[in-house]
Design a protein around this ligand. Sequence first.
Ligand SMILES: [Zn+2]
Length: 262
Amino acid sequence: MRARSSEDTLRELKSRGARRLKQVRFRANRSTIWSLTQDATVLNLHVAYRRAPASILDAFATIVRGRGWRTNAVRDASDRVRDWPGLGPVMDAVRKSHSQRRREALRRCSDDNEITHCCATPEQRRYLRALYRYLNRTRFDGLLPEVPVRLSNRMSASLGHVIPAVDRRRGRYVAELALNVDLMLEGNGAERMDTLVHEMAHIADWLFDGEYGHGTTWKKWARHAGCRAESKYDRPVVRRRRRTQRVTRVPPLPVALRRRAA
Ligand SMILES: [Zn+2]
């Protein structure tokens, strides 16, 4: 089987009914085999799938069409791509070639080597971690695992996102939770909390219900956690003046947490 390009793969998937898909990206990942990002319009695939047979492309088309794991068909398709025998050897080879670089990457990034393009200062990162833990305890009964939380200075309209992913061994997991750095600005306190809880509801929805999107199961988690069960944030948000402006502000933690620290 000849290796397929991203464009060829995109064309193949579109011809199988995955019409919303805009891009296919191949990644030499060590463990993630696929993930759907940017509102399910970008499919990130392990490089092994460059040589996937037609039956595996059928399965990916089913996954992309399904977007949110709503049907048994999508779950079956997900099992089929995971169990495809062509995956294992390529993944082992990638792991081997990564092993040296991994050590270096871990040394460079003390937090989590999956965080990329994070513009948070160490203080901001500590703040976000404390806030995440606090909200997990008070709004989600402590059910959520720790996930990499990063700040992005590249988001424009969007205030935050969660990247759901599937790992061959771990199963479903969350690759990252990212917040727009504008949310750290003074005057965005309510927006920051609401966006974080909104994104954490996506984490619960993905990990416990296998769904991604703003469907009924996400709404259930959003209501449980007490955030607005709406997909878009329509209240005004304070924005930085220029996109290049660096934001280093660390907002005050919730009063309950400050008392604990005192
Ligand atoms: Zn959302």
